[in-house]
Design a protein around this ligand. Sequence first.
Ligand code: ZN
Length: 66
Amino acid sequence: MNEYNQEELALFCPYCGESIRPLIDYSAGAQEYYEDCSVCCAPILFSLTDRGGDGALKVEVRRDDE
Ligand SMILES: [Zn+2]
């Protein structure tokens, strides 16, 4: 069993549109945090929300100014 549940996702930066591959730490549960885009250095808002039931988290990326 993998206690430290990290998963690499392919997402797109909401600022520059480049593909980014952030490491998401699912062990912390639902949360929001900022991480700078590795391409354009803009602060991307990562939103991890509970999908309910199975304990899986949904990952969304948003712009800070939306
Ligand atoms: Zn970017």
